[in-house]
Design a protein around this ligand. Structure first.
Ligand SMILES: *[C@@H]1O[C@H](CO)[C@@H](O)[C@H](O)[C@H]1NC(C)=O
Ligand SMILES: *[C@@H]1O[C@H](CO)[C@@H](O)[C@H](O)[C@H]1NC(C)=O
Ligand SMILES: *[C@@H]1O[C@H](CO)[C@@H](O)[C@H](O)[C@H]1NC(C)=O
Ligand SMILES: *[C@@H]1O[C@H](CO)[C@@H](O)[C@H](O)[C@H]1NC(C)=O
Ligand SMILES: *[C@@H]1O[C@H](CO)[C@@H](O)[C@H](O)[C@H]1NC(C)=O
Ligand SMILES: *[C@@H]1O[C@H](CO)[C@@H](O)[C@H](O)[C@H]1NC(C)=O
Ligand SMILES: *[C@@H]1O[C@H](CO)[C@@H](O)[C@H](O)[C@H]1NC(C)=O
Ligand SMILES: *[C@@H]1O[C@H](CO)[C@@H](O)[C@H](O)[C@H]1NC(C)=O
Length: 496
C-alpha cells in the first residue's frame, strides 16, 4: 500500500473523529542535509493529506508555506530560547508577536510547545519553565489568541521514574513543585499535557522483561497477558501503559481533567550493531498499529473516553543528528516524498500486504433478486455512497445490476469494515484483490480513486480467552510492578 493511501486514511479518520479527537499528526525535524524547501515540504504534507504537524521551532518559511492549508500547527520555543523567555515577559511577548500573531489565522497555529523535555534535557532551565509558560500565555491573551492557541511543554517519560505498573506511577519528586505548577497552569488555561512516549526505548531498557509484541501493539499470547495488579486493567500495548502511567502521575498530584497528547512516538527502522530492534519491519508494524490504535478513538484503560491524539516522530530521517545510528532513522517519508516503508491499515495479518487491493464485489452466479436486495440494502440502510452509479455518472455504464451491485457492495465494505462491516450481502458478495475500476469509474478504495477513501481498520481486537495459571512477578527497582500472568480463568473477566 502506498503512503498516500495510508495517509489518506489518517486524514479520513481525522475527518471522521475530529469532533471527538483521535488524530495522528507528524513531527517535522529539519536536521537533514537534503531538507526539502518549506514549499516542497508542505506539498508533501498536502499530497499525503497530513492534517496536524508539530515544528521544533517557528520557522518563518514553514509557517508561511503552511498558511491557508487547513493544516493545524504546533510551534515550539527551542530549548535555547526557554531561559530568555522565562526571564523576560517582553521577550515572551516579542516571541508571540513574531512567531504566532503574525501568522494566525491564515496559518492555523493551535499550540506552543515550550522547550523540549526541559526537566530531563536542560534541568537548569526548569525553574523558569512555568514563568516562561505564563509569560507566553499572557502575550497570547494580549493578542486575544489564548482561546485558539494553547501553551504546554513536552515531557519525556524520564519524569516518571517507574511507569510500570501504571497505577503506581508518580512523577519524580525532585520536580514536585514545578510539576504541580505546570499542571495548575494546564488546568487553568484549558491546555493539555504533552508526552513524548517511546515504547522502543522502554522495551530496549527493559532487557527482555516485556515481550517485543507488547511494544509493537501485537496480540500477546494467552500466557503473557499484562495486567496491572492494582486496577486489574489489562494492557494490550506498552503505549497504552505509558499514557496511563502519565494520567496516574497527574492524578497522584490531585489533578484531573487534563488530557494527555502524545507529542512524539515512533520506532527507528535502522540501527547500529547494538540496536537489533531498530528494523524496518518493526518500525512498519509499530507505526501501522499505532495508527490503528489511535484511530480506534478510545483512551487508555483508565481514561477510556479520552482519545490519544498522537504525533508520529517523524516525517523525514534526520541524517545530521548525532548519536547512535538509530537517531538518524526515524522518518516515514523520504525527502523526495516517497514512502520509507510500506504502510497499511488492515484488519488482519493475512490481509496486511494486500489490504489496498481488497475489494468487495458481486459474486458470479448469484441471482438477480439477491443482487437487487443487496444493492438496495447497501444504498439504503447500509449508507453506501451510490452517487457514482446514477445515470450520467462515471460508474452508471455498464448499466447492469451486477455492476451497480459491485460498486455499492464495495463502497459499503470500504466504509464499514473498520466498524465490523463485512463483505457478505447474504452470500451475494465476495472479496477480490483485483481492482474493479475501469475507465473513469473508480471503485472506492482504488489507488486511483479520487473520491473513494479507504477507512481505517479497527484497532487490535480483544485477545481471546486464555487458560492455564501461574504468576511471575516482575521487579522494577523496589516496586513490585506488572504482573505477567497466565490466567486460569477466562482473561476477559479482567477487562474493565
Ligand atoms: C484551526 O484548528 C482548530 C482546532 O482544531 C479548528 O477548530 C479550526 O476550525 C481551524 N481553523 C481553520 C481556519 O482551519
Ligand atoms: C529524579 O530526578 C533526579 C534529578 O534528575 C535524579 O537524580 C533521581 O535519580 C530521579 N529519581 C528517580 C527515582 O529516578
Ligand atoms: C513530593 O511529593 C510527595 C507526595 O506528595 C512527597 O511524599 C514528597 O516528600 C515530595 N517531595 C519533595 C522533594 O517535595
Ligand atoms: C491529594 O488529596 C488527598 C485527599 O484530599 C490528600 O490526602 C493528599 O495529601 C493530596 N496529595 C497531594 C499531593 O496534594
Ligand atoms: C526517493 O528517495 C529514496 C531514498 O533516497 C530512494 O530510495 C528512492 O528510490 C527515491 N524515489 C524516487 C521515486 O525518486
Ligand atoms: C497477496 O498478494 C500476493 C501477491 O499479489 C498473493 O500471492 C497472495 O495470495 C495475496 N494474499 C491474500 C491473502 O490475498
Ligand atoms: C492508476 O494510475 C496509474 C497512473 O496514472 C496507472 O498506471 C494505473 O494503471 C492505474 N491503476 C488502476 C488500477 O487504474
Ligand atoms: C478500541 O480499543 C480498545 C482498547 O484496546 C478496545 O477495548 C476496543 O474494543 C476497541 N474498539 C474497537 C471498535 O475496535
Amino acid at each position: 500500500m502506498t503512503v498516500a493511501i495510508w495517509l489518506q486514511m489518517i486524514l479520513l479518520f481525522c475527518g471522521i473523529f475530529s469532533a471527538v479527537g483521535g488524530f495522528v499528526g507528524v513531527n517535522i525535524g529539519t536536521a537533514l542535509s537534503n531538507l526539502p524547501s518549506a514549499v516542497n515540504t508542505v506539498a508533501i504534507l498536502r499530497a499525503q493529506q497530513i492534517t496536524h504537524v508539530r515544528l521544533f521551532d517557528a520557522d518563518a518559511h514553514m509557517l508561511n508555506a503552511l498558511s491557508n492549508t487547513g493544516i493545524e500547527v504546533m510551534v515550539s520555543v527551542t530549548n535555547e530560547e526557554v531561559l530568555g523567555i522565562g526571564e523576560s515577559p517582553s521577550t515572551a511577548a516579542a516571541w508571540v508577536n513574531k512567531n504566532v500573531a503574525a501568522y494566525v489565522p491564515s496559518t492555523n497555529i493551535t499550540a506552543i510547545c515550550v522547550g523540549s523535555e526541559v526537566f530531563t534535557s536542560i534541568p537548569h532551565a526548569a525553574p523558569v519553565l512555568v514563568p516562561a509558560m505564563n509569560y507566553l500565555y499572557r502575550a497570547l491573551v494580549a493578542s486575544d489568541l489564548n482561546h485558539r492557541v494553547k501553551v504546554s511543554t513536552p515531557h519525556s517519560m524520564g519524569v516518571v521514574p517507574r511507569p510500570f505498573p501504571p497505577s503506581t506511577a508518580t512523577f519524580n519528586t525532585t520536580w514536585n513543585s514545578t510539576m504541580y505548577q505546570i499542571l495548575q497552569f494546564l488546568r487553568n488555561t484549558d491546555s493539555f499535557y504533552m508526552l513524548n512516549a517511546y515504547p522502543y526505548y522502554e522495551y530496549v531498557k527493559s532487557n527482555g522483561i516485556f515481550p517485543l509484541e507488547y511494544a509493537l501493539f501485537k496480540p500477546l499470547s494467552s500466557v503473557k497477558q499484562i495486567v496491572d495488579p492494582n486496577t486489574l486493567f489489562r494492557y494490550n500495548s506498552m503505549f497504552d501503559a505509558l499514557v496511563d502511567a502519565t494520567y496516574n502521575s497527574i492524578a497522584a498530584l490531585n489533578f484531573s481533567g487534563i488530557p494527555v497528547v502524545v507529542t512524539e512516538t515512533g520506532w527507528p527502522r535502522l540501527g547500529g550493531a547494538n540496536e537489533p530492534d531498530a528494523t524496518a519491519e518493526n518500525a512498519k508494524t509499530y507505526i501501522n498499529n499505532l495508527i490503528r490504535r489511535v484511530s480506534n478513538d478510545s483512551g487508555p484503560p483508565s481514561q477510556l473516553t479520552i482519545p490519544i491524539n498522537t504525533y508520529i516522530y517523524e516525517l523525514f530521517d534526520e541524517d545530521k543528528r548525532p548519536g547512535p545510528v538509530s537517531e538518524r532513522n526515524w522518518g516515514v517519508i523520504f525527502a523526495n516524498g516517497t514512502t520509507v516503508y510500506d504502510l497499511s491499515l488492515s484488519t488482519s495479518e493475512s490481509l496486511d500486504k494486500n489490504s489496498s487491493t481488497a475489494f468487495c464485489v458481486a459474486k458470479s452466479g448469484v441471482d438477480d433478486s439477491s443482487l437487487r436486495d443487496g444493492l438496495n440494502w447497501a444504498c439504503g440502510p447500509g449508507q453506501a455512497n451510490c452517487a457514482a452509479i446514477q445515470q450520467g455518472r462515471p460508474c452508471y455504464v455498464p448499466n447492469t445490476l451486477r455492476n451497480h451491485a459491485s460498486y455499492a457492495f464495495n463502497d459499503y465494505y470500504q466504509r464499514m469494515r473498520s466498524s465490523g462491516g463485512t463483505c457478505d450481502f447474504s452470500g451475494a458478495a465476495t472479496i477480490t484483490t483485483i481492482d474493479p475500476s475501469y475507465g473513469s469509474c473508480r471503485f472506492t478504495g482504488s489507488l486511483n480513486s479520487s473520491t473513494g477513501r479507504l477507512f481505517p481498520a479497527p484497532a487490535l481486537g480483544p485477545i481471546g480467552p486464555s487458560s492455564g495459571v501461574s504468576k511471575n512477578l516482575v521487579q522494577f527497582g523496589t516496586v513490585v510492578a506488572f504482573v505477567v500472568t497466565v490466567f486460569l480463568v477466562n482473561a476477559n473477566y479482567l477487562v474493565a
